[in-house]
Design a protein around this ligand. Structure first.
Ligand code: ATP
Length: 275
């Protein structure tokens, strides 16, 4: 009897795949204009872009939160773990293992640290204790402050709490929206190390950042988004060396020093690669 051909092993497929995605707000505001990207399981992928490029919109589309903002996917698809998810509600997407940490932390300010974490763990009640201990192991400062009202935590601690809350459901993939926003350099360094540790524990990470230096220093691959389109797609190391990225996102001139006003003007003149 002839051997039956097996389909390609699914491990070779990306965990998350976005294909030619278009998103419109209020039926008319066309924000994502054919975005495609992929995230391999176990990796950290960085998504860079200036204000208004469409990064948060993409994350909303991935986690099913567009409805809340009067937005909708009008074209294209998103697959996660081989399954189409672009028309699923956020609770379903979260239960499949994709969890977003929203920009600006969004913790429950009146609840204690532990109550916040328990909210994140309600989908896996049997593992609540184990997951709490795992999160406290990762963020010892949260263990120290477990009874403290979350609204009184520092910005960095609130970011850790938001990440810890997402990790309480043991996601396969974490979507981080600007975790370094508004934090002091030393705290950004701490958040960076924590993302590396979370990833080493097996969680795939899509990291949206304006802090390109931080994101590209830990990502394997990076995408640059402008005006609702992906304009660059390269291994993170190559993006770090790309002259346009160095100039615009890293604020470095040709010699590696801080960029001069003349260089910024020069960049603006040849900004064609972004359109
Ligand atoms: P930022 O870092 O400033 O959040 P971003 O790259 O995440 O920028 P988005 O927040 O996705 O960008 O915004 C992309 C575009 O979509 C912007 O022009 C913004 O004004 C518009 N936009 C975002 N949310 C809505 C909404 N709910 N309704 C209409 N337009 C929106």
């Amino acid at each position: 009897m002839a051997a039956v051909m097996q389909p390609a092993v699914s491990e070779s497929l990306p965990l998350l795949s976005v294909n030619n995605l278009e998103v419109v707000y209020d039926d008319v505001i066309h924000v994502l204009k054919g975005v495609s990207l992929s995230v391999a399981e176990g990796t950290i992928v960085a998504l860079l872009g200036a204000n208004g490029a469409g990064k948060s919109t993409l994350l909303r589309a991935l986690s099913g939160l567009l409805d809340v903002h009067d937005g909708e996917v009008t074209k294209g698809s998103v697959t996660f773990g081989g399954r189409g998810i672009h028309h699923l509600p956020p609770t379903k997407i979260a239960s499949l293992g994709m969890k977003q940490v929203l920009e600006g932390r969004r913790i429950f300010a009146e609840l204690t640290v532990e109550e916040n974490l328990k909210v994140g763990g309600h989908v896996a009640p049997r593992q609540l204790r184990t997951n709490l201990e795992r999160v406290y192991g990762l963020f010892p400062v949260l263990a120290e402050r477990r009874k403290r009202t979350a609204g009184y935590l520092s910005g960095g601690e609130q970011q850790m709490l938001a990440m810890g809350r997402a990790l309480m459901s043991e996601p396969r993939c974490l979507l981080l929206d600007e975790p370094s926003l508004g934090l002091a350099p030393l705290i950004v360094q701490q958040i960076r190390d924590l993302i590396v540790e979370i990833n080493a524990g097996g969680t795939t990470v899509l990291l949206v950042e304006q802090n390109a230096t931080m994101a590209l220093s830990i990502a394997e691959h990076g995408y640059v988004m402008e005006n609702g389109k992906i304009v660059m797609d390269k291994p993170a190391k190559e993006l770090l060396e790309d002259s346009d990225v160095r100039e615009f996102y890293l604020g470095l001139g040709a010699e590696g020093g801080a960029k001069s006003f003349r260089e910024v003007k020069h960049y603006k003149r040849r900004k064609r690669w972004l359109s």
